[in-house]
Design a protein around this ligand. Structure first.
Ligand SMILES: [Zn+2]
Length: 105
C-alpha cells in the first residue's frame, strides 16, 4: 500500500513542485500545504505537494500568489531571496504546468 507521502511524491514524479529539483524518495523533503495549514488548509492529498526543504522554508505559510509576490518584491534584497527568484524564473514553465494540474479553480 502506498503511503500518503508516496502519493504526494508521485504527483510530480519525485521532483520539488516549485523548483523542479529531484527529491530522494526517502530523503529530506516536505509535503507542502499549498494552501497553508496554519490558515485552514487541509491535509487532503489535493492540498499537498512535494517540496524541497529550501522551497518549503521560503514559502512558509504564504499562499502561492503571496509567495510569488514575495519573491518578486524582494529579489534585490539579498542572496537568499535572489537565489529563489532566479531559480523560480528558470523553472517557471515547469511550475506553472504543475500548478495548472493541481490547483483547483
Ligand atoms: Zn524546491
Amino acid at each position: 500500500m502506498i503511503t500518503k507521502k508516496g502519493k504526494v511524491y508521485y504527483k510530480t514524479n519525485g521532483k520539488c513542485s516549485y523548483c523542479g529539483e529531484d527529491l530522494e524518495p526517502f530523503g529530506y523533503w516536505h509535503m507542502d500545504h499549498q494552501f497553508p495549514k496554519s490558515r485552514g488548509g487541509s491535509d487532503e492529498l489535493d492540498n499537498l505537494m512535494p517540496a524541497c526543504k529550501f522551497c518549503n522554508s521560503s514559502k512558509g505559510n504564504k499562499t502561492i500568489d503571496e509567495w510569488k509576490q514575495f519573491l518578486l518584491k524582494d529579489q534585490d534584497s539579498g542572496t537568499f531571496v535572489r537565489f529563489y527568484y532566479e531559480r523560480f524564473q528558470e523553472i517557471k514553465d515547469y511550475t506553472d504546468d504543475v500548478f495548472a494540474n493541481f490547483i483547483e479553480n
